[in-house]
Design a protein around this ligand. Sequence first.
Ligand code: SAH
Length: 251
Amino acid sequence: MSAASRDEGRVTLVGGGPGNAGLITVAGLDALQRADVVVFDRLAPLSLLQDLPARLIDVGKIPHGPQTTQEAINDILVTEARKGQHVVRLKGGDSFVFGRGSEEWQACTDAGIAVAVVPGVSSAIAAPELAGIPVTHRGLTQGFTVVSGHVPPGDPRCRLDWSALARTGTTLVVLMGVKNLATIADTLVRHGLAADTPAAVVADAGLPSQKVVKAPVADIADAAAGARISPPAVTVIGDVAGLDLGVVGTD
Ligand code: SAH
């Protein structure tokens, strides 16, 4: 779990789960309560921060707004740990599912700082689940594939094979895909995914503002835009999005 350190300072990467304070693990909560410094951003379950004795550093990244660069975040982690502090980097979801937690880990080990990770509940699974959508369901799908939609299909930076994704037969779970949802849905349909495949967008999962929009994949981008969906949101594409489990509400 940890690397050798030159001093007592250390870093713990904590996955806080999406939105709701109840979705952090016992180990994650314990690390937060013992932290000297907590470095967090806007996707972290912010209500957890209220009564902590730790010093709080907001490195919030607002989409398309002013951003703290990853390098600056890495520097904060290393600099604070070098002062002998126990630094907790609190994320929404899981640290190793997008969000660059593994780069933070590397930055710490490169600097000789001890680093540990407490896995979290990823929004890739929890956001659909909070909306009553299981990412797998016996008889419907035997798997799920999680991808980032932050770079649209067709963009030179895109390293995903969207034609292959259209044919996986797995549920597709798209994170960071609100802006590019129309392009993503069009591309999947153009590559053979049935236009009437069920899809759902779950925004602000785990928060009182949680919103769910469902439509066939061919219409999901219009439906999301019509409902004024904004990030953070997870999109689920596949037969599971059409299941009605009879969910009556979340706590
Ligand atoms: N490490 C995180 C994901 C970071 S990428 C995790 O495991 O959940 C950021 C993306 O996560 C957002 O663009 C959105 O797709 C998703 N996300 C995070 N929190 C969310 C929430 N409360 N509701 C819906 N989606 C969320």
